[in-house]
Design a protein around this ligand. Structure first.
Ligand SMILES: C[S@@+](CC[C@H](N)C(=O)[O-])C[C@H]1O[C@@H](n2cnc3c(N)ncnc32)[C@H](O)[C@@H]1O
Length: 247
């Protein structure tokens, strides 16, 4: 049966899983040491004190981090996405690109704002960045949201986009470009986003790292940039910005 509910997945699922596994192990170690001390299976010494106290603190930190990352993916990210898209006065007929669309959080929200337009979601589908991201997952979310008729899904790398110059009125991207490991690659992705934006068009970008560097690069290209932040999501403090390309 087709999915009727939108599901935008969990970001960095391996990191979340590692926090949970390490947190549970430390909790077991700490509680086990406490029980062994009470049953006098071991005597108090430096090692048992370390296991008891530090184990519990470590467990709490890991489990809180896991909960924070899940809450960020499931709820907080939706709010940041709304704020990102609300930075534009939508006409309703725009051509939109969602760069690194994953399961379509930005693409589907943008498609709701462009009843007479079109949205393309492009991604390289790295599961390590977002659990279960695939063309089928974004299409299922678009169908659940009732916007499948105006969404196209492509496979492509942000550093070398498969689109002509000046193809889009809006290029959106959320928590994507920091996944490119080298500064040169991130600069190439921003340059590509700029290239495919029409004169008078707008880039709407949020990232948890490096966002102010992207904004500076776009300013150097001649963009009018409005920066908002810091925004706490996952661990690092992110920034979102709107960059308008001169018409
Ligand atoms: C953390 S997820 C965010 C997905 C979506 N934007 C969201 O906010 O839910 C990052 C996405 O960027 C994609 N990605 C990473 N590097 C990319 C690249 N060089 N080009 C295109 N997509 C990329 C990953 O495959 C993943 O789907």
């Amino acid at each position: 049966m087709a999915n009727t509910r939108e599901d935008y997945g969990i970001d960095a699922p391996t990191v979340v899983r590692n926090f949970i596994v390490i947190g549970v192990l430390l909790l077991v170690l700490s509680l086990g040491t406490t029980a062994a001390l009470q049953l006098r299976l071991v005597g108090p010494n430096v090692a048992t004190r370390i296991f008891q106290g530090n184990g519990l603190v470590g467990a709490i930190i890991c489990l809180v981090m896991a909960c924070w990352m899940i809450a960020s993916s499931k709820w907080l990210k939706q709010r940041v996405c709304r704020a990102l898209l609300n930075a534009r006065q939508w006409r309703g007929d725009e051509q939109v690109l969602d760069l690194g669309c994953g399961r379509g959080l930005v693409a589907v929200a943008a498609a709701r704002r462009v009843p007479r337009g079109k949205v393309i979601g492009v991604d390289i589908w790295q599961e390590v960045d977002l659990g279960g991201n695939s063309p089928d997952a974004i299409r299922a979310n678009a169908a659940a949201a009732g916007v499948a008729d105006r969404l196209q899904v492509d496979t492509g790398d942000a550093r070398a986009l498969p689109y002509s110059d000046a193809s889009f009125d809006v290029v959106g991207s959320m928590t994507v470009i920091h996944n490119i490991p080298d500064a040169e690659g991130r600069r190439a992705a921003i340059a590509e986003a700029w290239r495919v934006t029409k004169p008078g068009g707008q880039l709407l970008i949020f990232d948890i790292r490096h966002a102010r560097t992207y904004a500076k690069q776009l300013q150097a290209f001649g963009a009018e940039v409005k920066l908002n932040g810091p925004i706490l999501l996952w661990g690092p403090a992110g920034w979102r910005f709107s960059a308008v390309k001169p018409g």
